[in-house]
Design a protein around this ligand. Structure first.
Ligand code: ADP
Length: 215
């Protein structure tokens, strides 16, 4: 069956070819029409198999392979949507306090902040275990002595893709990244406020969601 496309339908196909997967909302925006106006066009284009639609992914040109669509969907996921609450300790807390916080909050990584709430360090399970096997008094050592400190901290930014954050964790063999924004009060060396945390669990969650997306 040969389908005669209207000029608006042609335009939609072009937009989806170039930018898909793209939501109906975004296509409507690009054409300067409402979502309701586009509905019949999108129905014709999907029913005829020219375009495909997936919930939470959008429209894509069916000439693309499924792997391409999945890959793009992963790269479209932003750190901001997947970040969880960061667990912080002050730099003058003791190693003993940090261990207690880790258990109480059920996390594997703590972010260490100074008196102005700026990120100064990261401490993980292994850092704390290492100081425990040193047989020192754990309530006498400040966490700032054993933490990994700035500027050696690998950061994540809210607008970055989840894929980039996952790549940083794999390359650096770490389990978590602080999600940060530059501090407005900072002068001199870069200072950051912590607004979230991305962990290997965040990546697993995104992976599970991807698997649950209807085909
Ligand atoms: P674990 O100790 O549970 O294996 P990680 O693999 O995350 O946890 O930590 C390994 C080392 O990397 C630790 O010394 C820790 O301080 C450091 N580290 C953890 N997260 C970061 C980060 N975002 N940036 C830099 N170093 C980190």
């Amino acid at each position: 069956m040969v389908i005669e496309l209207t000029s608006r339908q042609e335009k939609i196909v072009h937009i989806v070819k170039d930018e898909g997967p793209i939501t109906g909302e975004n296509i409507a925006e690009k054409l300067g029409v409402t979502r309701a106006t586009l509905r019949p066009d999108l129905a014709i284009l999907t029913m005829s198999g020219i375009l495909d639609a997936r919930p939470r992914v959008g429209y894509f040109f069916s000439g693309k392979s499924t792997m391409q669509v999945i890959g793009e969907s992963i790269k479209n996921k932003k750190v901001n949507e997947y970040k969880s609450v960061p667990i912080l300790v002050r730099d003058d807390s003791t190693v003993y306090d940090a261990i207690c916080t880790m258990f109480l909050e059920d996390v594997g990584t703590l972010f260490v902040v100074d008196g102005q709430s700026h990120l100064v360090g990261v401490t993980s399970r292994k850092d704390l275990l290492r100081s425990a096997i040193g047989r020192q008094e754990l309530d006498g050592i400040p966490v700032s002595v054993i933490m990994t400190r700035m500027p050696n901290i690998i950061l994540a930014f809210p607008e970055e893709s989840l894929h980039d954050a996952a790549t940083k964790m794999i390359r650096n063999q770490i389990d978590a990244l602080p999600v940060v924004k530059p501090s407005e009060h900072a002068s001199g060396a870069a200072k950051y406020e912590i607004i979230g945390r991305i962990t290997k669990t965040s990546i697993t969650r995104a992976y599970v969601e991807l698997g649950n997306e209807e085909l």
